[in-house]
Structures are given as C-alpha cells and as structure tokens.
Design a protein. Structure first.
Lengths: 671, 203, 416
C-alpha cells in the first residue's frame, strides 16, 4: 500500500541506498536509514501518517481475529450443550475475544485515526516525538503478536479479560496463557503510554498560529481527553499486571488468600484502569461523529463548547465510577450508593452529547452518505446502550443484571454500536483523504445495513436473554434453565448466533469495498474536498505530503476551512460559497514555507520494540533468554540516545529543490 | 527532534515556537512524571493495604532500622541539591562544574542504592524474603521499583557525563540536564513519601 | 429549531400530551415487559418470589419505563430530523453554534430524571442491606464447582427451628417460607457469586471474606440460580437451587436431616455399596454416622485430596433433587416436573418424598460414577496436577466397575 507520495528528494532518487547518509550522522551501530518508497520505508518511517495507516491495518487484522473468536463463541451457543468448543477452549475464546477487541482493535484503531488526523487538524507537520510514535506502533504490533502467539504455545489466557484474582494464579490457571496475557498487555501498554504523552504534547504545543484550544476540531478535543485518560489509567493496570506477574513467575503473595491477601485489591486496580478504559474506547468515536454530523448536516456542531467540556467532564468523572463494576463484590451499602450516584451523574454529560448531535442535525441539510449513516446509527445505538447503562447504574437492579447477557448486550451496544460504528464512519469519511479514492457508495451501504441489522440481531436478543437470567461466560446453556414460550433461551440464542454471521458478512463487505475501490480501474480519483468538509485536514493534498502543509495556515475560526470557503451575510444569515476548495488551497500555498525540516527515519524504534517480546518469552521459558532481551533493550536504548533525531539531509523546501540546512541543534535523546 | 516538525520556515529558531511556551521535551517529561505518580500511587496503595498482613516472618517494626534509612534518605535528599547545582551550572554553560555536580549527584544516588541493597540483604537474613508474607512482597516491590528508578537516573547521569566528554549530547545541553533533573527530583520526592509512609508511620 | 423548543416546552406544560408520550413509550418498552411474562423461565429477573427481589423489581420497572420514554423521544427526534431536514435542495442553513437556553433546558431535564431515579435507588440499597431482623442464618460456601450449605446450630437456628446439630448439605438451599434468612457467603478457592434471581440479586463469594445476603421466599417452590462470577473451567456447571418450604414442612425436613445414620441391611446391594463407598468415596465425601469395618467413625479428609478442601456431604443425598453442582437432576424428567410444577400446597409433600428408586435418574448418575470428569469438565487428570501439588479440582475418574456402580447406587438410594 504505497499510497503516500513522498516528495522526491535527492536521497529518494538515489534509490533507497543509504548513500546520502554522512557517516558523521550514523553515530550508532547502524547507518541512518534513508528515504525510499519501498516496503523498507514502512519499517523505518517516523511519519505520523504512515504510522497511522500501519496502526489501522494492524488493528483491522486483529479485528478479524477477534471477530472469528466471537463467531466461534456464537456457534458454540447456538444450541444447548454446544459441542463446538470444550470448556477450556471456550474460556480462552471469550478471554481472548475481549482482550483482542479492547486492546488490539478499538484502542489502536482510535490511535490510528488520532495519529493520522490530529497533526493535520491542528496544522502541525508531525507529532511531537516522531521516533517515540514509531516505537509505540511497533510495541503495539509485537505486543499483540506476542499475546496471540500463546494460541500456538499451549493455549490463550483463560481467566476472562478482567482476570480476577485468585482465579488467575498458577494454582487455578496452570497454563502459560495468563503469562502471555500479562506480558503482552505490558508491551501494548507501553505503546499506549508513549502514544498518550506524544499526542498530548502535540496537541498542547504544536497548534498552528491562531488555533486556540476552543478552535480545535472536536475530534482533536476528544483525542486529547482520551490521551489524558490513558496517561493516568495505563500506570494503574501496569501495577496490577506487575503484581500478577510477580505472583505467577516469582511466587509473590499479592493475591494468595492463604497469606491473608484480599482478592478485591485486583478488582479495584483493574477497574480503576478499566472504567476510564471504557471512555478511552468510546470518546474517539464520539469525536469522529462530531466531525461527520456537522459536515453532512451543513451546520456547525451544536454547542461545540459544551460538547468539548462534556467530553472533559466524562473524562474526569470517569475516574470516580469504577466500583460500579463491583456492585455485587460485597462493598458496603455506603460505597455502593456513592458509586451508584456517580454513575448516574456521568450519564448527564453523556446525554448532553446525544442532545447536541441531534440538535446538530435539526434544521440542517442532511445528506445520507455512508459516513453519515454510520454516525446516525451510532447516535441511536449508543442511546440504547446508554439507557440500559442507566438501568444498571441503579445498583439494586444491577445485582440482578450484572454478569448476565443483559450486560453483554449493554456494552456491545456501547462499544460495537458506539465505538465501532464511529470508527467505520471515520473509515468512509477520511478514506479519500488517506488514499485519494472514495470508497464505493453502494458497497458501503451494503456494508452499513448488514452491520446495522447484524449488530441488532446479535446483541438485541441478549437483552432478553440476560433479563431471563442467562449468565455470561458460560460455554454451555441448558434446556433445564431455558424456560418456555416466546422468550426462551433457545430461540433468542439462535437469533443472536445467526445475527453474528450477518454482522460478520457486513464487516467482510468493508474489505470487499476496499479491494474494489483500489483494484477497479473504474473508480476515479476523489476530488480534493469530496464532502465539503469544515476542518483543517482537508486544506491540503490527498493524501498529504510528508510535511502535511506547504504553508501552515493561520487559523481565525472554529471550522477554519469552511470559513475560507463560505461567507455568511451578517443581516440575513444566509450562507453562500465564495471559494472552491482548490482556490482556498491555491491562495494558502501562494507563499509556501521554506526550509521545512522533517524528522528522519530510524531503525531504533522497531529494534527496541522487538527486544521487548524477547524479555517476555524469556520470563516464561528461560531466564537466560530474558537476560538476552534485557541486554538488547539496553543496547538499543543506547543506540537510540546516540542518534540525532534528524539528519540534515532530510531538509527540504517543498516547491524548490532541497537546501541543506543544519538545524540539528535542538535534538535530544528522548524523542 | 520535536521542534523540527514545527519549524515553519519563518521561525526556525529551536524551541522558540510552541503553543504553551514550554518545549515539547519538557512538557513530555512533565506528562511522563504525571503518569509515574499513578504508578507509585498504585504500588504505595498496595503496600498500605498489606503492610500489617504478616502470617509468617518479621513484622515491619521488627526489622526497620530507622536511623540507617534516615541517613540514606538524607543522602538522596542531598543529591537533589547537587542536581540543582548541576542544572544551574549547565544553564551558565559552566561545563566543569556541571560535570562535577552530575558526578556527585550520581555518587550520592549510588550510595543510596547501595544502602538499599545492604538493607535488603539484612532484611533477608532476618527472615523477610520476597515470598515470605504480603508485607514482604509489597515492601520489596514498592522499594524495588523505586530503587530501579534511582538506578535508571544514575545511568542517565553517567551517560550524560560521558556524552558531554565526547561533546556528543544531542540538542540543547542545558535542557537535557534540566530534564534529567526533573526526573531526579521526582524520584526523590517519591522517596520522601515512601520513607514517611513505610518507615516512619508505624503499622 | 424554534419548533423543537416549543415542542419540548409544550410537552412539559401540557399534562395530556405528556400522558400520550408515556403511553407510546410504554408500548415500546413492552418488549422488555413481555420478556418478563415468559412462561416457566426459571431464572427470570422480572418474576420476584420474595420481598427482596420484589423490592428490586419495584425499583427497576419504573427505571425501565423512564428509560423507554427517553429512548422514544431521542429516536423520534432523530427520525424526524432525518425526514424533515433531508437534503431537498434547500439553502445552506444558518451556521448557528447553539442556543444556550436550549442547552441548559436539555441538560436540566436529564439531571431531574436522574435525581428522580437516584433517591429511591439509595433508599433501596440500604433496605436491602438491612440484617438486624434476621431470623435464621446459613453459611454458604462456594468452591469449584458447587455450593455447600452449612446450617449452624446457633442462636435462633436452635431455638426457633430445632437445628440442634449442624446440618451440612450441597446443591439445594432449603429455607422456610416467609423467614428472613441471612446467608453468610464465602468461598474456599476462587471468587464465585451466589444468585437466585427470583429471591434476590447476586452477591460474590470471595475467599477470605464473608458477605451477607438476605434471602426470603414468600411461596413454597424451587427457585433456580447459577454461579455468576467466572470461576474457571466448569463455571457453566456451577448451579444452585433454593427450596422454599412451609414452616411445617421445614420442621420435617430438619428432623429428617438430623436423623441417625441407617446402616444398610446385611446382604443387600446397599451393604456391599457401603464397603465400596468406604474404599472409594469416603476419602472425600462425608456421610455422617458411617462407620469403618473396625467400628470407628468414618471421617472424610477432602483437604488431603482437593484444592478447595471440601467435597459435597452425601449423608442425605437423596433428599435433594440434584447432584454435581446442581448440574444434573437426581429425578427422572417426569418426577422432576411433578415436583417443580406442584402447587404451593402440594409442593412440600412431593419435595420431602425425596428420590425414590423409580424416580432415580439412573442415566446421569451412572455416567457420573463411571467417569465424572468426562461428564463435567474438571482438573482431575492425575498426571496433570503439578501446579496444585497433586490435589484435584473436582472429582476424578475412579475407574469403578459396573458392579461397583450398581451397589453404590443402591447404597446412595438409602441416603435420605
């Protein structure tokens, strides 16, 4: 997928050979990798757009893995006493399904969009720490592969994604699955943490002139909130995972009840991370549809400051509701009441968002493109998930619902109907930006309707199943507890299983669409501004060159791009177009910036990230291998710190041929 | 590194343009330290929950040697002072003093880590192993994590001195020293909290 | 825009319209309502059969209705704007960034609704946690993968209910009608969760902690439940049943549980079964009063064989209707229906009859005795017990012969 056109520099013309690198820059073991257009460039790239695409492709791969796991689960439950999987395989399947979807699909897919579009939306040339950004991606990839390698090495983790102690100790889970799980999540956790620091600094520090916080596109806002949540949530799960690793590998006693340990410690640590995690998954999608709805309603986002602030409020209050996952855990009535109230309180900013989306559409001029359809479906389905969420904010009623399929229904409406639909809306909306072609509309509608119907067929019946008392995480259900009549388990389990395959075909249609769009000769190149968009990322080429903007725009408004295209009559409030997108760009680029200085490629991020799973395998199988891994980490860190983040050869002026400039003074070993 | 991506041709000066006025590196370091607060928060909470839970092996007050740990804490505290001197020398471009204070800081840090190693071995001899009790597991984990942080700081300080000798510090030297200083002070402050909660407040 | 404000305003003002709106909402939320009307749904969360579950039900129904109303309003607003404001070639709309008045109103409304929900929620939480008026106490212990019930001979248990010696059973919790029973829930290995939906919400059983859960049934009958905290391999096979008996029947049940051990008649299959039981089963399974051949009392030592350190007490196995973590019935399907579908008046008598020879579900019980881990997933392969130091998690395959199984079944049939 070499879709991005790199501006050709002298080095690139030299055919990828590192000839252009002066030995003086190659301070480490390796010569500095030079620019090229071959696959090698993807390995050493630090370009946030390429990394964004790599995040996306990898996350989609894991989406398919997690989806196949989900289909196996539904096959097993299609009839009573299912025989597709045995009990052990089933437990691994639902553990890995959740782990994969949460950590290896939704989070990194949101990271994909954040990486690609946040710098573009704020008018920056790259992220703050480009090599750290590459390192984050490779940690995610190798962490995910490490985690999934457990399938071939004795089986996946079998303790549920929440991995409650003491069921996660070696006494109760003797296979290595949970070791792979803890270490794999540590590695992907590094990706999340470095990504969070990177994006926060990018957004806070690298906005284009005039881009005040309250002029930032709402997607960037939601990403900022998400990254702050990650920044503070990841270390908590890191502690929990360390404790569990020390327990499993070094016989520490943290969750050993015989030594006096309290199993609720794990639950608190896990959910202090786990609840912010829910918002980490959903807020980026809220951001995406808050971009899409205004564009296709031809109206600004209704109540922009309130949407931004309610996102921040969700991010803040989200820290005070973790124990609502523990209403049945035996907390006292006072704690239960406090967390019950806090959970209801968080429904308010969430409800405010829904109201603002509806009000954005209200009075607009709506065109029902595929991204818009996904966005509207998110509003509706998230509302269902939100309302069922309120029913279990009511703690006594939650004691009937928790750990039943009602909860499964709830969070799939929130996470599939919400987060995933938002991501698909983003695919269709930003595809022409990233790949110069619009995804096919007819196939897109098939994609949408099959997913919508499939999703509701799959998860809708689970409301009924849960209220009828079918518990979660059970490899078999029995006729003896299924009940009779229209609402028995049998019928609705069958509907859900069939629905899951409709959903699977729906997702497949997306891949078909991608193949068709890029293989078919008939698909034309997308116009510069296919949707009549409103924000800065559309004010540059499709796809943007490596340096994003020939000229960094000076921002005077929220929805800057729209304001450059349209004028409002101050008396009649009527709006008319005064410039085309091409004209806006031509005007902006009349005086392109000179001496644009982009960060240089590096081998170190991938090498450092590759060393981490070596430690993991070493910890599980052989302590000598672990020592090798640690040495590799130290060596690569040393090499990294000795390498300047840019080599002078990567300096260029966009329209004119490159001029060597020596701006390497501002380098530091960190980034 | 960072600044390169935002040099807009007209203001190429390094670090001059940033929306907050802080350099990316410094802002990034602050964010990292913010995240570290939660890491130590989690570890300290675990310790506080478990410090009294001893089925076998010694209780905290049976093995803690407060005078010894007070001295080593004081040494670590002093290293913050020398770190400040190193940063101010770096900012005055006084290379000789900067090197001197960096080495002194690293030595003080190493003394502290040495004290910790001594303390661990003597606790172990008195019957407190990593797996002995919940107190043992959580004590060694908490102080061990802190010790690793100090050690990482020492490595960074020594690397800085070494790189400075070869004139190889990439970027703005004063800023690099300041960044490592931030980290060092953070680790010191964490120790003050640990020392107070673990050693001084009786279980 | 203005229209919408008016609409909201009017619907707030006009009570009649408000009623219409809630009618529509009730029609839609009927789906979940009808769900509660499924016939014979043993674990239905909307069919309370005791005051605790009723209290929850009284709280959750209005919440569902309110949620339904809110949902309908949102869907209607989305549908209406999709229809009314679709692109029909109209001019580009005014670029309004929001109207503070609308936003404040639309924020205050959910706040008020949630306040309306929050107050009864808080009071219900505290009511459900009330334990000071307890009339009977039962210790409930979860382990992989069954529940043990221990009726301690203390306080009101002795004075009011004649439990003069501890009664230890498994599989079925038996409680007297209209009695405030307090379960003291704990665990011997991992976390489980105790849940009888028709009697109360669930409560986790956590090793090292005792959690309190109130149970009260207002009508004789059997109420099904399932362990709802994931507890490892055989989580799906960890079920339970609560049996509510009238006071008179309960007294009979207690008296029967406290009866002396009946020695099988010499020469019968049951007598042969007793000696096989002593060789093969009594290592783990306690039968109160069972004597070894040398006349000494036989005391089971499950802690030497099992991780959890306990196995179901089989003293009165045939007074309960299920075995193996309530995963299989001891009754044939017809006999089972006879008990489960009995009227309140008949229920006690039919339940107390226990399992007769004709009613015994021979198939499942024999399969279980033949090879238990083949029927229910358990960690019982003797070659794979390194991580537990040789202790089993669940019942191993004992390699019993068909003859041995015959006599054990005969012996067990007398345990009632």
């Amino acid at each position: 997928m070499t879709i991005i056109d790199r501006p050709s520099t002298d080095v690139a013309i030299a055919g990828g050979a590192p000839a252009g690198v002066k030995p003086s820059e190659a301070l480490g073991v390796f010569k500095r990798p030079a620019a090229s257009t071959s696959w090698r460039d993807w390995v050493v790239t630090v370009d946030h757009k390429k990394l964004g695409i790599m995040y996306g492709v990898t996350a989609f791969f894991f989406f398919i893995v997690g989806g196949v796991e989900a289909l196996l689960i539904r096959l097993q439950l299609i009839s009573p006493d299912g025989k597709v999987l045995n009990a052990d395989q089933y437990n691994q399947m639902f553990t890995m399904h959740a782990t994969t979807m949460v950590f290896l699909f939704v989070m990194p897919m949101a990271a994909a969009f954040a990486n690609y579009f946040v710098p573009l939306q704020i008018g920056a040339r790259d992220v703050a720490f480009p090599r750290l950004n590459a390192f984050g991606f490779w940690c995610f990839l190798f962490g995910g592969l490490f985690l999934n390698s457990s399938w071939f090495l004795g089986g996946g983790a079998d303790g549920g994604w929440f991995m409650y102690a003491p069921n996660s100790s070696t006494l109760f889970s003797p296979s290595h699955g949970i070791d792979f799980w803890t270490l794999g999540l540590q590695i992907t956790g590094i990706a999340s943490l470095t990504g969070a620091i990177n994006l926060i600094v990018t957004v806070l520090n690298m906005r284009a002139p005039g881009m005040k916080m309250m002029r930032m596109p709402i997607f960037t806002w939601m990403v900022l909130v998400t990254q702050f949540l990650l920044l503070f949530a990841i270390p908590v799960i890191t502690v929990a995972l360390f404790l569990l690793t020390f327990q499993r590998s070094f016989d520490a006693t943290f969750f050993d009840v015989a030594s006096g340990a309290d199993p609720l410690l794990w639950q608190h640590l896990f959910w202090i991370f786990g609840h912010p995690e829910v918002y980490i998954m959903i807020l980026p999608s809220f951001g995406i549809i808050s971009e899409v709805l205004p564009v296709f309603s031809k109206k600004p986002l209704f109540g922009y400051p309130i949407v931004a602030m309610s996102g921040a409020a969700i991010g803040f209050v989200g820290w005070g509701v973790w124990a609502h996952h523990m209403f049945a855990s035996g907390l006292g009535p006072v704690s239960v009441t406090v967390f019950s109230m806090a959970t209801m309180a968080i429904a308010v900013p969430t409800g405010v968002k829904i109201v603002n989306w509806v009000m954005t559409m209200w009075g607009g001029k709506l065109s029902f493109t595929v991204p818009m359809l996904f966005a509207i479906a998110l509003v509706v389905q998230f509302t269902i998930g939100g309302l069922s969420g309120v029913t279990h904010a009511v703690a006594p009623s939650d004691t009937q619902q928790t750990d039943t399929y009602y909860i499964v229904a709830h969070f799939h409406y929130v996470l599939f109907g919400g987060a995933v639909f938002g991501l698909f809306s983003g695919f269709y909306y930003w595809w022409p930006k990233m790949f110069r072609r619009q995804l096919n509309d007819a196939l897109g509608k098939w994609n949408f309707w099959l997913m919508l119907i499939g999703m509701n067929l799959t998860f809708g019946p689970m409301h009924i199943l849960g209220l009828q008392g079918q518990p979660r995480r059970m490899g078999v259900w029995t006729e003896g507890r299924a009940g009779e009549g229209f609402f028995n388990f049998g019928f609705w389990n069958r509907v859900a299983s069939i629905g899951s395959f409709v959903l699977g075909i729906g997702v497949l249609m997306f891949l078909v669409n991608v193949l068709y769009t890029h293989k078919s000769k008939k698909v034309a190149i997308s116009p510069l501004d296919p949707w009549d968009a409103r924000t800065l990322e559309w004010m540059t080429h499709n796809p943007p060159q490596e340096h994003n903007f020939d000229t960094i725009p000076t921002v005077g408004h929220l929805d800057e791009f729209f304001h450059r295209k349209y004028e409002t009559d101050s008396l009649t409030h009527s709006v008319k177009q005064v410039h085309s997108a091409e004209e806006v760009m031509a005007e902006l680029n009349a005086h392109p910036d000179e001496h644009i200085h982009m960060p240089s490629r590096s081998y170190w991020p991938i090498l450092l990230a590759m060393s981490l799973p070596v430690i993991g395998y070493g910890l599980i199988y052989n302590r000598m291998l672990m020592a090798v891994g640690v040495s590799l980490v130290l060596l690569t860190m040393f090499g990294w710190s000795m390498e300047p983040s840019t080599s002078p050869d990567d300096d260029f002026d966009p329209p004119a041929p490159g001029e060597g400039g020596g701006h390497t003074k501002e380098l530091s070993p960190l980034g | 590194m960072a600044e390169t991506a935002i040099s807009h041709g007209h203001d190429v000066g390094h670090g001059a343009h940033s929306s907050t006025g802080l350099s990316n590196n410094k802002l990034g370091m602050w964010m990292f330290l913010g995240s570290e607060c939660l890491l130590f928060g989690g570890l300290i909470s675990t310790y506080m929950l478990y410090k009294g839970r001893v089925n076998v092996g010694p209780q905290p007050d049976q093995i803690f040697d407060i005078p010894f740990t007070s001295v080593s804490s004081f040494i670590l505290l002093m290293s913050s002072l020398t770190m400040v001197l190193a940063v101010s020398s770096a900012q005055r471009k006084d290379e000789r003093n900067m090197n001197l204070w960096l080495v002194v800081t690293a030595l003080l840090g190493a003394t502290f880590v040495g004290g910790q190693v001594y303390e661990f071995t003597s606790f172990y001899r008195e019957g407190l192993g990593f797996t002995t009790s919940l107190f043992g597991s959580s004590f060694y984990t908490l102080t061990g994590f802190h010790g690793v942080h100090v050690s990482v700081g020492i490595i960074m300080l020594m690397a800085l001195v070494g790189m400075n000798r070869n004139k190889r510090i990439p970027g703005d030297r004063a800023e690099v020293v300041e960044l490592i200083g931030l980290y060092w002070h953070f680790v010191d402050i964490v120790w003050i909290i640990i020392f107070t909660l673990v050693y001084l407040i009786p279980s | 825009m203005k229209k919408m404000i008016d609409q909201f305003g009017e619907s707030m003002k006009t009570a009649r319209r408000w009623r219409n709106a809630s009618k529509a909402a009730i029609a839609v939320s009927a789906l979940s309502f009808v769900a509660s009307c499924g016939r014979d749904a043993p674990q239905d969360t909307w069919q309370p059969a005791g005051p605790n579950a009723e209290r929850i039900d009284n709280l959750q129904r209005p919440v569902f209705y309110v949620a339904g109303v809110v949902g309908v309003i949102v869907f209607a607003a989305v549908a209406w704007s999709m229809y009314r404001y679709r692109d029909r070639g109209q001019a580009i709309p005014e670029q309004t960034h929001g109207k503070p008045a609308v936003e404040i109103v639309l924020t205050v409304i959910p706040v008020l609704i949630l306040l309306g929900v929050a107050i009864p929620t808080a009071s219900t939480i505290f009511k459900l946690a009330e334990t000071s008026d307890t009339e009977m106490t039962i210790n409930v212990t979860g382990q992989q993968w069954w529940w043990e019930y221990d009726y301690p001979a203390v306080g009101s248990n002795i004075e009011q209910y004649g439990i003069t010696a501890p009664i230890v059973t498994a599989g079925q919790l038996v409680i007297p009608e209209n009695t405030k029973v307090l379960l003291r829930v704990t665990s011997r290995d991992v976390i489980h969760s105790y849940w009888i939906p028709k009697l109360n919400g669930k409560k986790d059983s956590v090793p090292g902690r005792v959690h309190l859960l109130r149970m009260e049934g207002s009508k004789p009958g059997i109420y099904a439940g399932q362990c709802t905290e994931f507890c490892g391999l055989s989580h799906a096979y960890m079920r339970m049943e609560a049996v509510v008996l009238s006071r008179a029947d309960y007294d009979k049940w207690v008296a029967n549980q406290l009866e002396e051990y009946t020695v099988p008649e010499i020469g019968t299959d049951a007598a042969a079964g007793e000696s096989v039981f002593i060789q093969q089963c009594s290592r783990c399974h306690q039968v109160n009063g069972l004597k070894n051949s040398d006349g000494s009392l036989n005391i089971a030592a499950p802690e030497q064989n099992l991780v959890s350190g306990a196995a179901p007490n089989l003293t009165n196995l045939m007074t309960r209707n299920t075995f193996a973590g309530a995963s299989w019935d001891l009754l044939t399907p017809e006999c089972r229906d006879n008990v489960w579908n009995a009227s309140s008046a008949d229920f006690g008598e039919r339940y107390l009859a226990g399992v007769s020879t004709e009613c015994l579900n021979q198939k499942d019980l024999r399969e279980w005795l033949r090879n238990a881990p083949a029927k229910k997933p358990m960690y019982a392969d003797p070659t794979k017990l390194a991580s537990t130091g040789g202790l089993y998690r669940g019942m191993p395959d004992l390699g019993l012969t068909e003859d041995q199984i015959n006599v054990i079944v005969a012996y067990l049939l007398e345990r009632k």
